[in-house]
Design a protein around this ligand. Structure first.
Ligand SMILES: C[S@@+](CC[C@H](N)C(=O)[O-])C[C@H]1O[C@@H](n2cnc3c(N)ncnc32)[C@H](O)[C@@H]1O
Length: 210
């Protein structure tokens, strides 16, 4: 993670609209049952996703990397009642926690979980999606971008998390860092999108398809 002053991070979090109570419980249950929950995007990113979904009027969302369902539920909350979010993961332990919260949420019916290697799942999906959130295995980031951009509608938004990979993109020295750096270059050189890279947490890119 980036070494941003933890006090200012806490300050930003404290001045961001809190999650609904159920989501706070999701964080607690994830924390109690799993060794690490730093994969969970957290309040600031979650609220940003929620707002972007609302502001773009998105109705159909694709998420790659569900974990225990935090970001999926934050986005689903912003969808209209007949909206749909398809989320991909391959870890049953994470998915069982996610499903238990989807069942309890009034927005859970909008979420469809697809288990398996995300690249395989993507082959079974058809666009257009209004909104795509990429937050899974970093080594596949360029593949996820190439495979999902054609499924994003014009004017649609793709958000990609961890685009700094703990600053390793500055001097990539392993496959993951090289893949994330490659994705960042792909996006920067792609005339079919406009994008902003934010320094929130581990880096977040918001790309809009032209
Ligand atoms: C960073 S976490 C997702 C966090 C979630 N978006 C959130 O904000 O709470 C990444 C997830 O991607 C999943 N994942 C990793 N490799 C995958 C793959 N090849 N296909 C599908 N899911 C994968 C992991 O099991 C993990 O749950």
């Amino acid at each position: 993670m980036l070494q941003i002053n933890p006090d200012i991070q806490a300050y930003a979090r404290d001045h961001t609209t809190p999650e609904p109570e159920l989501m706070q419980e999701l964080i607690e249950v994830s924390d109690q049952n799993l060794e690490y929950i730093d994969m969970l995007s957290g309040r600031v990113v979650g609220r940003l996703l929620n707002m972007l979904v609302k502001m773009t009027g998105s109705r159909r969302i694709l998420e790659i990397g569900m974990f225990t369902g935090y970001s999926a539920l934050m986005m689903a909350e912003a969808l209209p009642d007949d909206g749909k979010l398809i989320t991909c993961d391959l870890n049953e332990k994470y998915a069982s926690i996610a499903r238990s919260f989807f069942e309890r949420s009034q927005h859970g019916h909008k979420i469809e979980v697809r288990m398996g290697e995300a690249l395989e799942t993507l082959k079974t999906l058809e666009g257009p999606f209004d909104f795509i959130f990429v937050d899974a295995d970093k080594g596949n980031y360029p593949n996820y971008y190439r495979e999902t951009l054609p499924m994003l509608k014009r004017g649609g938004v793709m958000v990609i998390d961890n685009v700094f990979l703990a600053e390793n993109v500055l001097a990539p020295n392993d496959e993951k860092a090289e893949a994330v750096d490659q994705l960042n270059t792909l996006i920067a050189e792609d005339d079919s999108v406009e994008q902003v890279m934010l320094t929130e947490r581990d880096g977040l890119t918001i790309a809009r398809k032209l």
